[in-house]
Design a protein around this ligand. Sequence first.
Ligand SMILES: [Zn+2]
Length: 214
Amino acid sequence: MLEALKERVCALNRRLPTEGLVKLTSGNVSGRDPSTGLIIMKPSGMPYEEMRSEDMLVMRECGHILEGTCAPSVDTETHLEIYKHKLDIHGVVHTHSNYATSFAALGLEIPPAITSVANYFGGPVPVGPYVSVGGKAIGEAILQYIGRSTAILMKNHGVFTVGSSPEAAFKSAVVVEDVAKTIHLAMAIGKPVLLTEDQVESAFEFYQYEYGQK
Ligand SMILES: [Zn+2]
């Protein structure tokens, strides 16, 4: 079932290492089918180069597996908690991408010192508290701290991103790592100059409503 969505989710998982967002088997991408509400989850601990769309699991929001024989990702409950409470979210990505996670290691948000941060995340990329890995509690903390951003850093852990599709969540995961790298480099040579609240707001609105092909 949901073969097309399984292929999309599998392809995005396989892109995690090629985009430099994960090493070995860490990280995960999931997607929710808008019409059935069913969720496609990545299998746990499977090398990305061996992963095929038929290895993807199909599950209900409660975690009940309808299709798939592999054990699901250890972060499954976290993804499910997000889907349960955010009905407009149809994609979730988790990585430990290096630059973004360096902010998480310090318990720091990524400040809006370049327009891309404002464009994509509408303010600083927030940082949530440390919560032990894998359960529902980390999902609850993400929902509590993410605000209007599509990315959040979880302290001492890594990055979670959300989107209206698995592709949108994946794009946020790529962008958050890219802006984190730039700000990290800026912090190595000085103190970043922050955009004002008005500048953040207009950059965010511009990107939401004006950017791209209409
Ligand atoms: Zn993790």
